[in-house]
Ligand binder design. Structure first.
Ligand SMILES: *Cc1c(COP(=O)(O)O)cnc(C)c1O
Length: 389
């Protein structure tokens, strides 16, 4: 069955007659009929079975969402976390040890650098950033390398990487490759199918899709999947039934929402390309994007994101004025919800290997929501005048 079809039919409770959605279970304590039953469940749990036994270990609602995300990511085990950043930390905490080494893509989601400085380096873990190329990855490998961590496309300007090539290097050296898959959110690309060992997502974005829940997921196969789950329990990471329910509800419409986000983003990109003061529109679906061929090979479609790079010398204050004049585009972090957003972004501050960004014009990241494209274009057109005032 196609993924879009499965997203509609999965997570239906196994009972007759059945509601179409799983019930919301809110609990800490799980009660048993006898001590024997409780001991049996704890024993099976110790052997790696996922069982309903205590709130921190998940409930039927969160287990249903874990299975749904496993289907979305094409993996065996999914662990849920209270945010995307918590998901990133779980991967690092599970695989890195003092004295170890991690190689991270330079185009990574910026808060990863905060994790690097906040606890990785202080705990004696060496970190190198790489430019996303197989050549530089190979050159940076050490005997102590414990993890390769990347994100495709990169945050803010969507640098593309050859994921199967990176995965094959990782496999040759028996080093796990973890991929932040928030951009594609499973519906546009599945890293595990391209050879990655771990895929993680900020489900906060497209999976939830309605800007009302913080949620992260980590998906992996076999023993590693179970290790990630055990580390989450060890660290006390868990989510509530209401949030799990909302995420499942969001997933039902992920395929059709994404198609509309993509269509709107393409229309905005086509229009913006010809506006005055625009140096370039960053969007991997555009034929002039440096990674366009890789995107075409590995991804189903684009999403709602695009970033406008203004011509060098455009004052930041003019871009700020443009943003504040927009009516339909909200000013705010995150993306993946139903609404359009606009956010000036400092690409130079988010990269350490590519200093060309210090000489380029300011950038504005747009998220095309589910509004009518005509209305978004009308709004952009009136706001664009702020650049010339
Ligand atoms: C937003 C985002 C995250 C973090 O997700 P939160 O749920 O906000 O913690 C991680 N990775 C990427 C690529 C993101 O865009």
């Amino acid at each position: 069955m196609k993924l879009a079809t499965d997203l509609i039919h999965l997570a239906r409770p196994d009972q007759r007659p059945a509601p179409v959605n799983p019930p919301v279970v809110r609990t800490s304590t799980v009660t048993f009929s006898t001590l024997d039953e409780m001991r049996d469940i704890k024993q099976r749990r110790g052997r790696g079975e996922r069982l309903f036994s205590y709130g921190r270990r998940g409930t039927p609602t969160t287990h249903a969402l874990e299975d749904a995300i496993s289907r979305l990511e094409g993996g065996e085990h999914t662990q849920l976390l209270p945010s995307g950043v918590a998901a990133i930390n779980l991967v690092f905490m599970t695989l890195l040890r003092p004295g170890g080494h991690v190689i991270i893509a330079d185009s990574v989601y910026q808060p990863v650098r905060r994790i690097v400085e906040g606890w990785m380096r202080p705990w004696g873990i060496a970190v190198d950033y790489f430019d996303g190329s197989p050549e530089q990855l190979t050159a940076l490998l050490r005997a102590e390398t414990q993890l390769i961590y990347t994100e495709v496309p990169g945050s803010l300007v969507y640098e593309m990487q050859d994921l199967p090539a990176l995965a094959s290097i990782a496999a040759t050296h028996d080093i796990p490759l973890a991929v932040d898959n928030t951009w594609a959110s499973g519906i546009l690309m599945q890293p595990l199918a391209h050879g990655a060992t771990i895929s993680l997502m900020a489900c906060t974005k497209y999976v939830v899709g309605h800007s009302d829940v913080m949620l992260g997921s980590v998906t992996a196969n076999g023993e590693l999947g179970r290790r990630l789950g055990e580390m989450a329990v060890t660290q006390g990471q868990c989510i509530g039934g209401d949030d799990a329910y909302l995420a499942l509800r969001g997933m039902r419409t992920l395929a059709c929402r994404m198609a509309t986000h993509a269509e709107n983003a393409r229309r905005l990109g086509d229009w913006l390309e010809h506006r005055p003061h625009v140096a370039r529109v960053h969007q991997p679906s555009r034929s002039d994007h440096p990674g366009h061929a890789l995107w075409q090979r590995d991804f189903e479609d684009t999403n709602g994101l695009l970033t406008v790079e203004f011509t060098a010398g455009t004052p930041d204050a003019r871009v700020d004025a443009l943003v504040e004049r927009l009516d339909l585009f909200g000013i705010g972090s995150s993306w993946g919800g139903f609404e359009s957003l606009a956010l000036p972004c400092d690409v130079a501050a988010a990269r350490s290997l590519d200093d060309s960004w210090t000489r380029r014009g300011p950038c504005l990241r747009l998220h095309a929501g589910l509004e009518a494209a005509e209305d978004l274009l009308t709004d952009l057109e009136q706001a664009w005048r702020a650049l010339d005032e």
